[in-house]
Design a protein around this ligand. Structure first.
Ligand code: FAD
Length: 462
């Protein structure tokens, strides 16, 4: 899409006149700030707008449709696949000021939020009323609900509670031509026509701009317990997971392989015995009685699978600390190497072990460290191939490793992304997984919603 400085100047002037309350930044420093997400791919936008209400957004959209410029929605830019990077320049539409919780409605078991609400803020606001919104991406203190819907974010609790799309009752979206759609509503069931709101879950900002979301909530579980279990081998830990899932549904099961375990060992409350090769964090929630009996079963299963140590967090603050350690893993990886190629692959539960075995082989063959951890309870592992972007021999090997990883995952009937989406970093690999008719159908859907390809162009499809 051709863009001319004159067009930008005219657009800016028109917005300032017609939408005077809308924040608009076009200085270089701001443009640099909004040029990237956690993918570290950079592309400068020409300007950034920050609506705080639907009226401001609508005012902007009325004007913007007359200018041939791409519009890239952004939440908190914690996306790891480049979904929020304005690859073709143009306008970044940031939802950071649309951050109000409009209403908490316990009787109807729902909450209505603007898209820029930070997920962790929503959790705390609900917890004060003993309510619960389960989706809990590890980035929850930073990321937004709009970003979560657009990536269909998961998290540790997906094993019991499902992912973001399981909580969407309704939403309001603006299409690139300025049309406003109200999808779904306030009911917990709704089969009137196509479930278009589901189409927006995971659409990565390519179909429309989400301006409001109505989300299902639950009562806060009476109690929660977190168990840290140490294992002498990855095989023992993964067999334990498999046995556990046959009997119980914990609210989270997080896995760390040997490399990941070594990275966090200095932060753990107790020092790790040398022979520990893997660890599991197992969270249980529910009524006090139910959790106590679940705990007994989990202890037995862990011991049967050679657990070396098993400790129960004694307080909520100790549990929070352990979760904090889990969340610190991502940045800690940079102590291994300066570049991580992080892929959130997912396989059917029975294929977790074969995948982890293959990763060992891959690491040896590439002669590169691979650290793996993640939401093992739903087969979703974060595989980190560690390398150095500036090393001319290591980096191409790492890229080749990514390709082999994806082929292996597909071979094991899995998916190249369980929760981070395709964005820019995985779009070349999408045809490995999806057949041509499926890709064509998806492209038709994109065309129908956004015929001029103005909304977040360059994403998902090659
Ligand atoms: C340390 C770390 C841990 C993470 N852990 C997890 C995890 O456990 N589970 C998980 O699923 N993800 C995880 N992520 C990835 C990321 O946090 C999620 O994808 C999150 O949902 C992105 O939200 P965001 O607000 O940052 O969105 P952004 O990164 O700003 O945007 C993501 C995508 O959503 C689109 N978008 C944003 N807002 C809107 C809107 N209102 N309307 C339309 N499109 C919109 C953007 O165009 C973009 O394509 C993690 C990331 C980090 C850095």
């Amino acid at each position: 899409m051709e863009k001319q400085p004159k067009t930008i100047r005219e657009l800016t002037r028109e917005i300032r006149v017609k939408c005077p309350s809308l924040w608009l930044w076009d200085d270089l420093e701001s443009r640099l700030n909004f040029a990237t997400d956690r993918s570290a791919i950079f592309s400068l936008p020409d300007l950034i707008v920050f609506p705080s209400t639907e009226e401001e957004l609508s005012c902007f959209m009325d004007i913007a449709q007359r200018y041939p410029l791409p519009i890239t929605p952004q939440g908190a830019r914690t996306g790891t696949t480049g979904g929020g990077v304005p690859v073709q320049g143009g306008i970044v539409l940031s939802t950071l000021r649309m951050n109000r919780i409009e209403s908490i409605d316990p009787e109807n078991r729902l909450v209505i939020v603007q898209p820029g609400v930070i997920t962790g803020h929503l959790h705390r606001a609900l917890e004060q009323q003993r309510l619960f919104y389960p989706p809990d991406p590890a980035s929850l203190e930073l990321c937004t609900i709009g970003g979560n819907i657009s990536e269909d974010a998961g998290g540790p609790r997906a094993v019991k509670y499902g992912v973001t799309h399981d909580y969407i009752l309704g939403m309001t979206v603006f299409l690139s031509d300025g049309k406003r759609l109200e999808l779904g509503g306030m009911t917990h069931k709704n089969v009137a026509g196509y479930r278009l709101s589901s189409l927006f879950a995971g659409s990565e900002g390519t179909l429309g701009i989400i301006t409001s979301a109505t989300l299902r909530i639950l009562p806060l579980p009476e109690t929660r317990h977190l168990v840290l279990s140490l294992f002498p081998s990855v095989t023992a830990a993964l067999t334990c997971v498999s046995d556990l899932l046959l009997k119980e549904t914990p609210s989270a099961i997080e896995f760390m392989d040997r490399r990941a375990t070594r990275l966090v060992q200095s932060k753990l409350p107790t020092s790790l015995p040398e022979k520990v090769e893997s660890l599991l964090l197992i969270e249980l929630d529910g009524s006090g009685q139910a959790v106590t009996s679940q705990l007994d079963i989990i202890r037995q299963i862990c011991h049967k699978n050679a657990a070396i140590g098993l400790s129960l967090a004694k307080s909520q603050s100790e549990a929070n600390k352990l979760w904090g350690i889990r969340r610190s893993l991502s940045p800690a990886l940079y102590s291994i190497a300066p570049t991580k190629l992080n892929h959130d692959v997912v396989v059917p539960l029975r294929n977790i072990m074969p995948l982890v075995d293959k990763l060992d082989t891959l690491s040896e063959e590439l002669d590169l460290p691979i650290a793996t951890f993640g939401h093992v309870g739903d087969g979703n592992l974060h595989v980190n191939i560690m390398t150095d972007r500036n090393n001319p021999s290591a980096y191409p090997k790492a890229l080749h490793g990514v390709e082999r990883l994806f082929r292996e995952v597909i071979n094991l009937k899995g998916s190249i992304s369980g929760e981070h989406g395709i964005g820019l970093t995985k779009k070349a690999y999408l045809p490995y997984q999806l057949s041509r008719p499926v890709l064509e159908t998806m492209k038709h859907i994109k065309q129908m919603f956004d015929p001029e390809e103005r909304l977040n162009p360059g994403k998902i499809f090659s």
